[in-house]
Design a protein around this ligand. Structure first.
Ligand code: SF4
Length: 341
């Protein structure tokens, strides 16, 4: 028995990395068994920022299709199951654009201008002239969620505010038109491990700094990146006493080598463990854990038609729900039917 509908999306701006896997995808996979899940690749959202270099954006669309395909492969390799969840591309359900337009009529401009994420994005991406689409992205996000009547959106503790605008818009719509067409979406808070960048234990793994391990990296590339991870700079020789809390390698032992992490800490602090061996042990554990994902990736890369079919079937199911919602919206808003007279 499903506990309700979960909706969530990801922007296909670049390669997925361990931060995406441990911070979102692993949780999405778990949710499939308890909720009816709609997971979508938000290609329109990727166009709200300019992009550049490797990153997709409205000024850099050359890789957009490739990124969408890669993301679908990563999702399914990580365990999203098309038999359990609807997996599709945002723009393959154009009804979302229609709901976005209708929502934009009832979204007060002040809500968008006060959105802290908008300001962070303008500063973070150094955008001189932000677009109408970027300012309005929370309205599009609300349409993405509410068109499928999403009860929950899985978020980390620091992202709870992202759901607020969707909840406010649902309440405003329901109150304006006198009917509870939309659910009041809630954040589904999840504890996820902190996944550091390779060069700094305090910073989150991120595509923008280039300091990440991609799901598409093979075992050799992963081992190479682990060898270059930041460690305690005061620990030069094996018998130097180390400080594991500032070490990126240690942080990953906490994720991929849980059974031995206490031993790693104690040996490091006593000077009974060298950084080279410590890194090789981590590489072995991490490569073992990522092996099944890589095998599935290789299999799917050779079967593009399978991916097409999964995305097509997912969009078809999602579109059925979206059309039904739009019909309810048209009725309460008194939009004229085609045969008006
Ligand atoms: S021994 Fe391991 S945990 Fe200690 S500083 Fe070196 S890499 Fe980090």
């Amino acid at each position: 028995m499903s506990k309700g509908r979960v909706t969530s999306g990801m922007r296909p701006t670049g390669s997925l990395h361990l931060g995406n896997l441990l911070g979102a995808l692993d949780n999405w996979v778990r949710l499939q068994d308890e909720y009816e899940c709609f997971y979508f690749i938000v290609d329109w959202h990727a166009l709200t920022t300019p992009g550049g270099g490797d990153a997709v954006g409205f000024e850099n669309v050359a890789f957009l299709r490739t990124r969408v395909k890669e993301m679908a492969i990563d999702w399914i390799s990580a365990g999203l199951d098309p038999e359990k969840s609807s997996i599709f591309v945002q723009s393959h359900v154009p009804e979302v654009a229609e709901l976005h337009l209708l929502f934009s009529m009832i979204t007060p401009l002040g809500w968008l201008e006060r959105n802290p994420t908008y300001r962070e994005m303008v500063q973070g991406y150094k955008i001189e002239s932000p677009s109408y689409g970027l300012l309005g992205y929370p309205t599009l996000q609300a349409a993405d969620i509410l068109i499928y009547k999403g009860d929950f959106v899985p978020v980390g503790r620091d992202q709870e505010a992202h759901v607020n605008m969707t909840r406010d818009l649902a309440q405003r719509f329901n109150s304006l038109y006198g009917k509870d067409v939309f659910p009041i979406t809630k954040a589904l808070l999840t504890e996820v491990p902190k996944v550091p960048g390779l060069d700094n234990v305090e910073k989150k793994m991120s595509k923008s700094t280039g300091s990440y391990i991609a799901l598409s990296d093979d075992a050799g590339a992963t081992t190479g990146k682990i060898k270059s991870m930041f460690t305690d700079p005061q620990k030069i020789r094996k018998d130097d006493k180390g400080h594991p809390d500032g070490c990126v390698v240690f942080a990953f032992h906490g994720i991929y080598n849980k059974d031995e992490v206490l031993t790693v800490r104690s040996e490091c602090e006593k000077g009974a463990r060298g950084c080279v061996d410590c890194k090789m042990q981590l590489a072995e554990r991490m490569n073992m854990a990522l092996g099944p994902i890589r095998d599935k990736r290789m299999e799917l890369e050779s079967k593009p038609k399978v991916i097409n079919e999964i995305l097509r079937a997912g969009a078809e199911k999602a579109q059925g729900v979206a059309r039904q919602t739009l019909q309810e919206v048209a009725e309460v808003m008194n939009l004229p039917p085609k045969e008006i007279f």
